[in-house]
Ligand binder design. Sequence first.
Ligand code: FAD
Length: 459
Amino acid sequence: MAPSCSPINSLHVAVIGAGAAGLVAARELRRESHSVVVFERNTEVGGLWVYTPQSEPDPLSLDPNRTVVHSSVYDSLRTNLPRECMGYSDFPFVPRPEHDESRDPRRYPTHREVLAYLRDFAREFKLVEMVRFGTEVVRVEQDGRKWKIRSRNSDGVSRDEIFDSVVVCNGHYTEPRVAQIPGIDLWPGKQLHSHNYRVPDPFKDQVVVVIGNFASGSDISRDLTGVAKEVHIAARSKPSETYEKLTGADNLWLHPMIETARKDGSIVFKNGKVVQADTIVHCTGYIYHFPFLNTNGYITVEDNCVGPLYKHVFPPALAPGLSFIGLPWMTLLFTLFELQSKWVAAVLSGRVTLPSEDKMMEDTNALYAKRDANGFPKRYTHRLGVVGQAEYLNWIADQIGEPPVEQWRNKELEDGYVRLATQSDTFRDKWDDDHLIVEAYEDFLRQKLISAIPSQIFG
Ligand code: FAD
């Protein structure tokens, strides 16, 4: 449906979180004339990208009463996508020569560069003035047709406030998912989740088993090879006969999943190989977690499917008062945050309308039925994938009268994932898609988002 030109409603909106999703949500809501309060429990913007050497006291993060450390970033982390495709549409993530030497101009820069970009974004669009730092949202519930938010500041003082709408942007890489391993209760070694991994030094001379071979598993195992005696990756997706010595290190092996852990300290893989291991690092992903949300059981998280949600954003019976930004994965995340935010802002102002509750529910059930028919588990509900993500983003763009996502951006994501999977030791420094970089920067130039193509970008 084509959106009409002028905003109708200006609402009082709460945004939970000032990470990459919450910042752009705040900007889009304000652009649409809403009044916005962003609640952020940390003392600065950036969310996940605010690296801290601290990790949680419980290395598997199983204790529900533990002190939570939000960030899952490790010291050596560089982005897993090319920077050109990561930025917001009108504020490209390009090397900024005017800044100091701590900036990283590489195509796959360090986590510090992403944080610097998000700070630049917040400064450029004067977003910080909307953020209440050191303020954690502890409860969200309906209050008639409005929403009540209870927050607690760093002095422990609680406050209840009423909003017309709540936009949840609390991030989804903090609550770990841990692998189930037969025999693990009697296994005497140490275990931790990648959420609590920062640097390799504590693993010096150890034999380490890393479970998971996607972005974090691959990175952390390579980070460990510099100090550990041996590193063995257990990959659930690999056939049971897999046994490979990986390139780029002389102490790194790839196995299928673990068969069992034994009380003598050994780990047996499904390929029959046995190693005497000191530590297991679970690089097994994260679960969605909304400890503050009270919807009387309407919204559930089952096997990591948050639902029911129309197009991963609006719970049909509670829309548009409650919405979620940033649940999907395997996609261009910053682009998704921006488009979802624009959609929420336009729906709240009345510029764009949602279908009826029944129609939204019908659409949501159709998505679940398709997922089941394709044999995907529930936890894949929010996984978009290369083709699905372009369709999804363009569908939202169409709702709000925005152009479709640039082809070069989708192609960079696609090629980037292929490189990540096939050349995990070199994908950040070797590529053969310079033509996409040129296209991206020409696009930025054409839109006057940059004044010149920086010389450093071709490495
Ligand atoms: P976050 O950045 O996690 O922000 C959420 C914010 O909400 C935080 O500031 C938190 O303090 C706040 N918050 C949470 N609960 C509350 C509460 N109750 N009250 C108040 N405030 C609260 N994406 C990419 O595009 N490229 C990459 O290269 C990339 N690499 C990654 C590497 C790792 C190891 C991980 C884990 C993820 C990576 N991602 C990457 C995905 C990344 O999570 C997203 O890019 C994005 O930064 C997430 O933004 P967000 O705002 O949704 O969440």
